[in-house]
Design a binder for this molecule. Structure first.
Ligand code: GDP
Ligand code: MG
Length: 177
């Protein structure tokens, strides 16, 4: 029922943040529909997707928000952050600047989302890492320093994508108890 959907024990708002082009939309479509697209900025048209996960035998409804289009043209609004208790902070392991920019995204997140927001730092495009732009060690130590969880993924190859979302929801579920 509606009532159950919005029971905070069973309903989590999760947001995808990070620079344009890092693969946020493809991580979401890989997770929710097992789809990947080579097109950049294909507009999915919806602001969020919901997916029910079973954690400890209980159905958890994850409402996952994605920004459509360029975040430069349409800045992230308060409404996007509001009520979010989980976030996937995504960078592109083959583009160092996107990793540098996670600092700004994190600051913005911590200023605007729930104070106890659980964050998963996601190094995406593991499949295109040539000459190692952002090493696993660098990503991992930044995550530890900032009390984030950490995973490296490839939306293209479907590597660790399920883990990224499911681990986050599990951590959110456990941090709530
Ligand atoms: P967003 O702006 O963060 O939502 O990024 P998109 O999901 O639109 O992806 C931007 C571009 O990167 C698209 O051309 C995707 O096909 C590509 N892309 C996304 N994830 C991966 C990945 O894991 N590996 C590779 N090689 N390309 C990816
Ligand atoms: Mg996108």
């Amino acid at each position: 029922s509606r009532r159950e959907e919005h029971n905070t024990d069973h309903f989590f708002k999760i947001i995808l943040i990070g620079d344009s082009g890092v693969g946020k939309s493809n991580l979401l479509s890989r997770f929710c529909h097992n789809k990947f697209t080579l097109e950049f900025n294909s507009t999915i048209g919806v602001e969020f997707t919901t997916k029910t996960l079973i954690i400890d035998g209980k159905p958890i409804m994850a409402q996952i928000w994605d920004t459509s289009g360029h975040t430069k043209a349409r800045p992230i609004t308060d409404a996007y952050y509001r009520g979010a208790t989980g976030a996937l902070l995504v960078y592109d392991v083959s583009k160092h600047i996107t990793f540098i920019n996670t600092k700004k995204w994190l600051a913005d997140l911590r200023n605007n989302a729930d104070p106890n927001v659980v964050v998963m730092l996601v190094g995406n495009k593991l499949d295109v890492r040539q000459s190692v732009m952002v090493s696993t060690e660098v990503g991992k130590s930044f995550a530890e320093k900032e009390s984030m969880y950490f995973v490296e993924t490839s939306a293209l190859r479907a590597t660790n994508v399920e883990n990224a979302f499911i681990d986050l929801v599990e951590k959110m579920y456990r941090s709530r108890i």
